[in-house]
Structures are given as C-alpha cells and as structure tokens.
Ligand binder design. Structure first.
Ligand code: GLV
Length: 310
C-alpha cells in the first residue's frame, strides 16, 4: 500500500510533529480536530487519530490508524469502506490494564478500606486476609489485553477463566468458555473483569440476568461503558450480586454529574485512564505499521478485522 499524504489529529497532534522528521517519505498535516476539514479527506490517503473528526469521511483514504487500542469510535454504528485498512495501537495496554486491575483486587483482599476506617475509629480489629491464590477471576475477552491480565494474575496463583465468543482454549487461562455458557461460572467468581471491545454483540452484554448470576463478585470494567446496562449494575450492587464495581469506562464520558455512580459507596470511578497511550508507543506503533506497508508486507500486524469489529 502506497501512502503518501497523512492527516494526524487528536490530542497528540503537536507531539507527533516529529514524525515528519522521522519519515521523510510522506507529506504530513498535523492539525487540531476542529481544523480538519472535509477537503483534507480528499487530499489525504492516510488518517491518524484517536477517533474520527466531525468532518470525517472516507474521501481518498486508504488507511486509518487509531492511536488507541479500541476501534469502536471508528467502526461501531458506521458502515466501513471495505478497501480501507484499519490499524490500531497495541503497545503496553495489556500491562497497564493488568496493573490497574491488580491494584484494586489486592487492595480489596488486603482490606485497605476497612483498616483505614478502623484507624479513624482507633479500633484494633484483627482479621485474616485471603490469598490471591484462593481467588477465581473471570475475564471477559481473551484478546491481547485479556490475555495479559490473565497471564499476570496467574503468576500470583489466581485461577483465571476466560470468556470469549468462541470459547477457544488459550494457554494463558485455566479454562475458556463461550459467552453463552458463562452463567454458572459467574456464581463462583470473586472478580469479573470486562476487557471486551464494543461491538453489536457486546453492547449491553452485562444486563440484569448476567449480573444476577454473580454472588457477591467485584466487577471491573476496563472495556467499554456501553457493554454495561448501567441501571442494572446499580441494581445488582444494591442487591449484593455485585459487591463492588471499579469502573474506568462509561456509556457517556465524561461521566455526567448526575450519574448515581459518583456517590455510590461501593463504586470506584476512574476517568478512562487504565491504559493511556504514551507518545513513544504511539510513534513506535505508527512507524511499525508504515514500515510494514513500505516493505510490501501483505498482512499488516495490528490490523483490525473490520467485519468482527476488533
Ligand atoms: C482506550 O480506551 C483505548 O482504546 O486505547
């Protein structure tokens, strides 16, 4: 694929200007989102950003590269033009999300919140903590991120189950089940982690029936907010099937001020930071894709299957 003219936009556009010095084979336009016009898409054959601008259309584009791991802002509810290649950044997201999840799971088993409370009350109340190796954790999504979370948790002896569309086995998990067969397993889970991409199949997946199968599990969402029925989650927390929720992603972001999640004592909110793209990994990933295209490689690494949506 011969890419000659590239638009780069989004929050990193200024920092990415150094790309023009590293890659003199192409012409680049580095623009803030609001300044990308419809005409720019009739000029460029490549587009690099976190999401489409309001002015986005396929124009002359042959290649789109997202600076994040998720591709739903490009594919979800959009008819993709078949011959346009979509590639994504993978970088160290698996590692970052693993450490994010581990931090909340470990703080929970070690009862940080409870001991902090006891301290304010000057109470001396010993108790015995569980070990990580006593936990069963169910991870929805067995792709590069889910796999890395599983790998890390298993080094601590956690029993890790994976859930995927096909249920195909994967050496990083003790066992993988298809989404349709997960209900009984959820009753055993100490934690359930969602790493799934947003697709028509995963939209609203965590609804009342599924959440009710949990018996006091913690729930971490590092996938996409729209995979969760947010009212059902609040109800599941009230009923106790979900003991606490750690949420990094929401159907609407920033989370609206009136959301009941903000003030719920059993909900932890973080502002979509479990895996933020670093400048170095953005550049490395882009240069790797360009290098593969320039060398005529047929199947570009980190290209997205636009029919599956991830
Ligand atoms: C973050 O959510 C990403 O898609 O990289």
């Amino acid at each position: 694929m011969d890419i000659k003219k590239v638009i780069v936009t989004g929050r990193m556009y200024k920092d990415l200007e150094k790309l023009a010095l590293m890659d003199t084979k192409r012409e680049y336009k580095f623009l803030p989102e609001a300044e990308v016009s419809s005409n720019d898409f009739d000029w460029a054959d490549g587009y690099v950003a976190f999401k489409p601008t309001d002015s986005f259309h396929f124009g002359k584009l042959q290649w789109v590269h997202t600076l994040g791991a998720g591709v739903d802002s490009f594919l979800f509810n959009r008819e993709w033009k078949k011959d346009v290649l979509l590639t994504r950044t993978v970088g160290s997201f698996g590692r970052k999300i693993s450490e994010y999840c581990l931090s909340y799971i470990l703080a929970d088993v070690q009862r940080h919140g409870i001991f902090q409370q006891y301290q304010t009350e000057r109470q001396w109340l010993p108790s015995q903590q569980k070990l990580l190796q006593q936990l069963n954790i169910v991870i929805f999504g067995t792709g590069t991120i889910g796999e890395e979370v599983a790998r890390m948790l298993r080094t601590f002896g956690v029993t890790v189950y994976g859930v995927s569309r096909s249920g195909a086995s994967n050496c990083h998990f003790n066992r993988v089940l298809p989404i349709t067969e997960v209900h009984d397993l959820l009753a055993l889970a100490d934690w359930v982690i969602n790493t799934l991409p947003l697709t028509p199949i995963t939209e609203g997946l965590f609804e009342m029936r599924l959440l009710s199968c949990m018996h006091g599990a913690g729930f971490i969402n590092v996938g996409r907010g729209a995979s969760v029925d947010e009212n059902a989650l609040i109800e599941a927390i009230e009923r106790g099937s979900v003991r606490r929720a750690v949420l990094d992603v929401f159907r609407e972001e920033p989370l609206p001020a009136q959301s009941p999640f903000w003030s719920h004592p059993n909900v932890v909110i973080t502002p979509h930071i479990s895996a933020v793209t670093g400048l170095d990994e953005a550049i490395d990933s882009l240069l790797a894709v360009l290098g593969e295209m320039d060398s005529g490689q047929e199947r570009i690494s980190n290209s997205v299957d636009v029919n599956r949506g991830y």
